[in-house]
Design a protein around this ligand. Structure first.
Ligand code: AMP
Length: 284
């Protein structure tokens, strides 16, 4: 497996594959790979002849007060995971390669970015849309793989691909969890032993909300209140949001109807973690 930080080299390699009639899958990541990322790579390997994994801690999706500097990195371990999973190429550019002097174009999404994480992180999704557009143009994959763990991001990418006519199929992959329920995340490494235990309140409240809806509850506020009560019982947890939105438009809804995303963001100490569940009420 090859690893390169060069845009030109990635383009050259993908061109050669395409000349041979091979299909290409892309898995965009910020590295420090875990089983969640691996599930995306595994699926991409199954569905494509060649798989590119991008590893780039994208500075423009972090606000100045966020964890850009401390974000965990381990390119050698990531390379091993990608090799074992059967990926063909890692693209790990420097910030200078992606944003050379004079860089001045951004992809801005007007809707879908105002609620949930977009409220707390108003510049975040602009950075995501810009970097993902660049990765799509650099790699030109047939398919790209994103986790449902970041459900708002997935909805935004699907919208962007439709709006900007990217000729790329977007594949959403289910959330991978630890044995005790905590959604896998590179940021889990920030947690102390005590915080790691407290973080279980996220998946616990998600399971509670999901059960309520499966048992027939349709009032969004009733579910939100129960989930908030569950989270608030944990002294180390501070709620950022508990929201129920239409899963495609990411607009708040009062009633569970159609395709619905219930999403939470919770601070455990200084670490902000997210989790969610999606239900299609029509097929419940
Ligand atoms: P990140 O490196 O955190 O930017 O994540 C890269 C991709 O992996 C995104 O599409 C995430 O949604 C996905 N991902 C991260 N954690 C998980 C998980 N626990 N289960 C499934 N996908 C995940």
């Amino acid at each position: 497996m090859k690893r390169t930080g060069s845009v030109a080299e990635v383009r050259q390699q993908v061109k050669e594959w395409k000349k041979q009639g091979l299909t290409v899958g892309l898995v965009p990541t910020m590295g420090y790979l875990h089983e969640g990322h691996k599930s995306l790579i595994d699926r991409a390997v199954k569905e494509n002849d060649r798989v590119v994994v991008s590893i780039f801690v994208n500075p423009i999706q972090f606000a100045p007060n966020e964890d850009l500097e401390s974000y965990p990195r381990d390119i050698e371990k990531d390379t091993e995971l990608c090799t074992n999973a059967g990926a063909s190429l890692i693209f790990n550019p420097t910030p200078e390669e992606m944003y050379p002097n004079g860089f001045s174009t951004n992809v801005v999404m007007n809707n879908l970015t105002k609620e949930l994480c977009g409220k707390t992180r108003p510049t975040h999704f602009g950075g995501v849309c810009t970097v993902v557009s660049k990765l799509f143009n650099i790699v030109a994959p047939d398919r790209a793989y994103f986790g449902e763990k970041d459900a708002q991001q997935l909805a935004i990418i699907k919208r962007m691909v439709a709006d900007l006519n990217f000729d790329i199929e977007i594949k959403g992959c289910p959330i991978v969890r630890e044995a005790d329920g905590l959604a896998k995340s590179s940021r889990n490494t920030y947690l102390s032993a005590e915080e790691r235990q407290a973080a279980l309140v996220l998946s616990k409240s998600i399971a509670l909300g999901k059960k309520m809806v499966e048992d027939g509850e349709r009032n969004a506020q009733t579910v939100i209140d129960a989930m908030k009560k569950c989270i608030s019982a944990e002294p180390l947890a501070k709620i950022d949001y508990v929201s129920v939105v239409d899963a495609l438009s990411i607009t708040p809804i009062d009633e569970y109807k159609g395709y619905v995303l219930t999403a939470i963001a919770v601070y455990i100490g200084k670490t902000r973690l997210i989790d969610n569940f999606i239900v299609d009420i029509d097929t419940l």
